[in-house]
Design a protein around this ligand. Structure first.
Ligand SMILES: [Zn+2]
Length: 400
C-alpha cells in the first residue's frame, strides 16, 4: 500500500518485512482523556491495523502510557489525588472509552514508570557515546553534537527552539549547555516521585520513554511510528535523535504517520477554553458506529472541524448501514447483487494512503444498493461483503 511518510512528506510504497509490521503509536498522558482528537488519532491507527491484518499481515501494535510528567503532577495536585491514582483512573477511562468505540487493543501497553531500567540503559549509552552529559544529577542530550537533529520536522534552530519552548522546554535551565538540549533524566525535585539511577534519584524525561518502549518491544527499527501531528517536534524529533545515536541503526522508523488536529467549529479544542468534545459524552447519545463513521470520514492527514450537523449526518449513515447489514436476504432464487465493484473501491481507497473517506463512501453506496435491490435481487452475499468490510476494517458493530 501507499503511505505518506512525514519524513519528506511524500507518498511512498510501504511493504511489510517478512509479512510482519511493528507499529508504535504514542499513547495518552492520562489526564483529560478521551477527547475527539484522541479518538481521531487512535481510530485512524485502528483502521490501519485492521486493514493490514485483513490483508494477511501480522501486526505487533505497541502503545505506551506516559504515566509520569509535569502535567500529571500538576493535575493530580489540583484534584487531590496522587499521580499514581490519577494515572490509573484516567488510563482506565481512556481504555473504556476506546473499548466502547470498538478498538482493537494494543498487543503491548507499557507504562513509562515500568520501563525505568531500559531508560537508564539508553541514557547511560548516550553518555558513553558522547551525545549526552550529566549536570547536577540531570542528564541532557546535546543537540549541537548531532548535525541531523530535527530533520523530521524540517525546522531551523530558532524556529525549533520557539516551538520547543511552547511545548514544555525549559530554555533557561542553568544546567544546559544549549537551550535546545533536552532532558533524558531529571534530578529529583521536592515533592515529586523519584526512581534510583546512576546519577541519583530522579525521573525520566518524556522523549526517552518512547525510545525505551519502542526498541524494547519492536527492535531498533520500527516499521510505522505514529501519533498526533503536534508530536513531530519536539517529541518525535528528539526520539529519533537519541534512538539512532544509541542503537547506531538508521532509520529508527521506516514510515512516520501523523494524524491531523481536530477543532470544534473552527476553534482549537482545549481544556482551558472548555470546548473539548469528549468521546464518552458523544457515546452517551449516539451509537459507536456513528462516531467511527464520522471520524473515518476524515483523512488522517487533514485537519478538520467537529461540526454537530455533520455528526448527525454520520449518525444517519450508521443507521442506514446497520439496516442494510441486518435486513433480510432479498428475493430468493433471483439474481445476486454484485458487491464486487464496491469492494474494489473500498480496498483501493485504503491502499492509497488510507483514504478512509472514500472507503466510507463506498460502504454507504453498497448499503444503499443493498436496500434498493432487496425487492428484486438476492442480497445475501452483498450483505456479507458489507458486514465484512464495515465490521472487520472500519470496526462497525451494526447495532441499531
Ligand atoms: Zn511518544
Amino acid at each position: 500500500m501507499l503511505l505518506t511518510n512525514s519524513l519528506g512528506m511524500r507518498k511512498e510504497p510501504f511493504t511489510p518485512r517478512d509479512g510482519h509490521v511493528g507499529i508504535y503509536v504514542c499513547g495518552v498522558t492520562p489526564y483529560d482523556t478521551t477527547h475527539a482528537g484522541h479518538a481521531f488519532t487512535y481510530i485512524s491507527f485502528d483502521v490501519l491495523i485492521r486493514f493490514l491484518r485483513y490483508r494477511g499481515v501480522r501486526v505487533t501494535y505497541v502503545q505506551n502510557v506516559t504515566d509520569i510528567d509535569d502535567d500529571i503532577l500538576r493535575k493530580a495536585k489540583q484534584v487531590g489525588l496522587t499521580w499514581l491514582e490519577l494515572g490509573r483512573q484516567e488510563t482506565a477511562r481512556f481504555r473504556a472509552d476506546m473499548d466502547a468505540l470498538n478498538w482493537i487493543a494494543p498487543d503491548h501497553y507499557p507504562l513509562a514508570t515500568e520501563e525505568i531500567p531500559e531508560i537508564v540503559r539508553i541514557a547511560t549509552g548516550l553518555i558513553e557515546k558522547g551525545f549526552a552529559y550529566v549536570k547536577n544529577g540531570s542528564v541532557y542530550y546535546e543537540v549541537r553534537k548531532d548535525p541531523t537533529f530535527g530533520e523530521l520536522a524540517g525546522l531551523g534552530y530558532d524556529e525549533a527552539l520557539a516551538i520547543a519552548n511552547e511545548r514544555g522546554n525549559y530554555p533557561d535551565d542553568p544546567n544546559k549547555r544549549d537551550p535546545l538540549d533536552f532532558v533524558l533524566w531529571q534530578a529529583a525535585q521536592p515533592g515529586e516521585p523519584t526512581w534510583s539511577s546512576p546519577w541519583g534519584e530522579g525521573r525520566p524525561g518524556w522523549h526517552i520513554e518512547c525510545s525505551a518502549m519502542s526498541t524494547r518491544y519492536l527492535g531498533a527499527t520500527v516499521d510505522i511510528h505514529g501519533g498526533g501531528s503536534d508530536l513531530i517536534f519536539p517529541h518525535h524529533s528528539c526520539e529519533t535523535a537519541q534512538t539512532e545515536r544509541y542503537t547506531g541503526v538508521k532509520p529508527f522508523v521506516r514510515c512516520w504517520m501523523h494524524s491531523a488536529m481536530v477543532q470544534l467549529d473552527g476553534v482549537k479544542m482545549s481544556k482551558s477554553l472548555g470546548n473539548l468534545v469528549m468521546a464518552r459524552d458523544v457515546l452517551a447519545r449516539a451509537p459507536a458506529d456513528a462516531m467511527r463513521l464520522y471520524l473515518s470520514n476524515h483523512h488522517y492527514r487533514q485537519a478538520w472541524d467537529w461540526r454537530e450537523p455533520e455528526f448527525n449526518q454520520a449518525r444517519a449513515w450508521a443507521g442506514a448501514i446497520a439496516a442494510a447489514a441486518n435486513g433480510p436476504d432479498g428475493a430468493a432464487g433471483r439474481a445476486e447483487l454484485d458487491a464486487g465493484p464496491y469492494r474494489s473501491r473500498f480496498l483501493n481507497a485504503l491502499d492509497d494512503d488510507l483514504r478512509t473517506p472514500d472507503a466510507v463512501a463506498a460502504l454507504r453506496d453498497l448499503a444503499t444498493a443493498v436496500g434498493a435491490a432487496r425487492p428484486t435481487h438476492d442480497v445475501t452475499a452483498a450483505r456479507e461483503t458489507l458486514r465484512d468490510l464495515g465490521g472487520r476494517i472500519l470496526g462497525l458493530t451494526f447495532r441499531e
